[in-house]
Design a binder for this molecule. Structure first.
Ligand code: G4P
Length: 525
């Protein structure tokens, strides 16, 4: 691809994630988007994998059918001359670390809110991550086909609870049984709610925002109320500010119903106009790198093992930040400075994993991994060194001692642990003297998933012995004296061999600090 071709290809990319609290409608809206992209033909296809508010058993059953869950962790499709990459984020809070890293790989986010419930805890958390990154956030108020909170209240909540300016792009005319449609000030039209018909019906607005030739709707009280509110917002509300939107300080707000596919396409069309194409990325080696730079570069934000039960493979998900990927290219792995040939690579369509021909900045590629890659790794072409900032790791708070049920099956036990740990959801520690394995995770569910996968994928039954909550604190190896280990802490090594203490609680940590005032403890490596 020449420079011009690369520029055009990058400009077409829109890479985003949908953030929401479980049950707000993320799966349903994703599915509608795939319908528009011609990827699925019927609503209900993605639903099968629903991972939002899953019960444990659901999740495991679904994970067994890995094919489905994986193809939907990155979905790519074309719509309206754009190439869209949707990165899925697990809904359960025990997977927040995975979600966090995925949000590092997107250029914008869509925040779906249940209009009957307003902002819920998980939305708030995920919003904070997007805000910290300063990426544009677009809001979709969902489930307007049901009785909803007053739209004024929903918009006010965005400002009060999340601290982001809201700019309503359209406004609901009633909701639930009295839902009439959307007053769409962006497109100068009223979109009429007709759930029973397949087509979309619009009524034009005059330049000053009045309905053209429609006395019936114009005299409808519910319409009038919505129109008054919209007028009020136009006069006294926030001004549309493209720059603020680009920096995540103002969120365009859309209303609709994913379930009955109302307002979703209106949202998508406006979103694609306004959402950014891939931009420059900060590196630790130079200043910034442009997405259209000749040098290919990408970082790995996720590793997943055994995605297809028929092939024992492991895939590293890489977000391309610059240049063009060409199959079979040689790249440098920044961490080791070794050369790696990228010959076995896939991209992600919703239904199949097609073999990648070429991909550019903004795209996600899946690299078949035999143990070369780690989360946070940078790969690049060219002689000039290049690395992206490390991805943050959450410090685990829950710990379990782990051992094989059958001591004769050490080999599969070790293999399973090494591979699953590499995915990043659980951390592995080894005790100093006895070389026992301890696992750390952010949430309980991680352990259950681990146990299940050890059995199913590695044929290894494991024993997990809860150690409860601990405070993990790293210590400078120079300052370490093994005698510092006591009944109130466990001295372990992390997987890089760095020593740390797992303290029973804050008191135990304080007691330790009082006893060894010169020792520096840190909460992160
Ligand atoms: P999630 O991925 O964010 O967890 O949410 P999901 O799309 O699975 O939606 C959660 C529930 O909300 C589903 O109902 C879904 O049908 C419903 N839903 C989503 N969007 C809308 C909407 O616009 N209007 C209405 N009325 N409902 C909506 P469920 O009963 O939990 O699942 P199912 O039995 O329908 O599959």
């Amino acid at each position: 691809m020449n420079k011009h071709g690369l520029q055009a290809a990058v400009a077409k990319r829109r890479t985003f994630a949908i953030i929401s609290h479980p049950d707000a409608g993320k799966t349903t809206i994703t599915e509608q988007l795939l319908l528009f992209g011609g990827i699925v033909r019927e609503a209900g296809t993605v639903k099968a994998r629903k991972s939002g508010n899953f019960a444990k058993s659901d999740w495991m059953e679904i994970e067994q059918k890995r094919g489905i869950s994986v193809t939907s962790s990155v979905m790519q499709f074309d719509y309206d001359d754009k190439r869209i990459n949707i990165l899925d984020t697990p809904g359960h809070e025990d997977f927040s670390e995975d979600t966090y890293r995925t949000l590092m790989a997107v250029d914008s986010a869509v925040m779906v809110i249940d209009a009957a419930k307003g902002i819920e805890p998980q939305t708030k958390k995920l919003f904070q991550i997007c805000k910290m990154r300063g990426i544009p956030i677009f809001t979709f108020m969902n489930k307007l086909d049901r009785d909803s909170r007053a739209p004024m209240e929903l918009v006010a909540q965005l400002e009060e609870v999340l601290g982001i300016e809201a700019y309503p792009m359209n406004w609901p005319i009633g909701s639930g049984r009295i839902f009439r449609g959307l007053y769409d000030r962006y497109n100068h039209r009223v979109e009429v709610f007709q759930p029973a018909t397949a087509g979309r019906v619009f009524k034009k607005l005059t330049p000053d925002g009045q309905l053209e030739n429609d006395d019936e709707l114009a005299s409808d009280e519910i319409y009038q109320e919505a129109k008054e509110e919209m007028d009020l917002i136009s006069e006294a509300g926030n001004q549309f500010d493209a720059q603020k939107i680009a920096q995540g300080q103002q969120t365009p707000v859309f209303f609709g119903s994913a379930l009955v596919n109302f307002g979703v396409q209106t949202f998508l069309d406006a979103y694609l106009e306004m959402a950014p194409a891939p931009g420059p990325h900060q590196t630790t080696t130079a200043t910034e790198i442009e997405p259209t730079a000749e040098q290919f570069s990408a970082f790995i934000f996720k590793i997943q093992a055994n995605m297809n039960p028929h092939h024992r493979d492991r895939i590293a998900f890489a977000r391309i930040c610059s240049g063009e990927f060409v199959k079979g290219m040689d790249v440098t792995l920044s961490r080791t400075e070794k050369s790696v040939r990228l010959s076995n690579v896939t991209e992600f369509m919703a239904n199949t994993r097609e073999n990648v021909e070429s991909a550019v900045a903004g795209d996600i590629i899946g690299l078949y991994d035999t143990g070369n890659f780690q989360i946070g790794d940078t790969i690049h072409t060219g002689k000039a060194a290049l690395a992206y900032p490390k991805l943050p790791q959450f410090t685990p708070e829950l710990f379990m001692r782990v051992s094989p049920k059958n001591v004769m099956k050490q080999k599969s036990f070790h293999k399973g642990i090494q591979q699953l740990v590499q995915e990043g959801a659980i951390q592995l520690y080894t005790t100093y003297l006895t070389n026992q394995y301890i696992l750390g995770a952010v949430g309980q569910l991680q352990f259950e998933v681990f146990k299940f996968r050890m059995k199913n994928e590695y044929n290894s039954d494991v024993l997990l012995e809860p150690l409860g909550h601990k405070t993990a604190r790293w210590i400078d190896p120079e300052q370490l004296d093994e005698k510092m280990s006591s009944a109130r802490n466990i001295l372990v090594k992390d997987r890089n061999g760095a020593p740390l203490f797992l303290f029973e609680n804050k008191f135990a940590e304080r007691w330790f600090q009082d006893k060894y005032p010169d020792v520096q403890l840190t909460s992160k490596l």
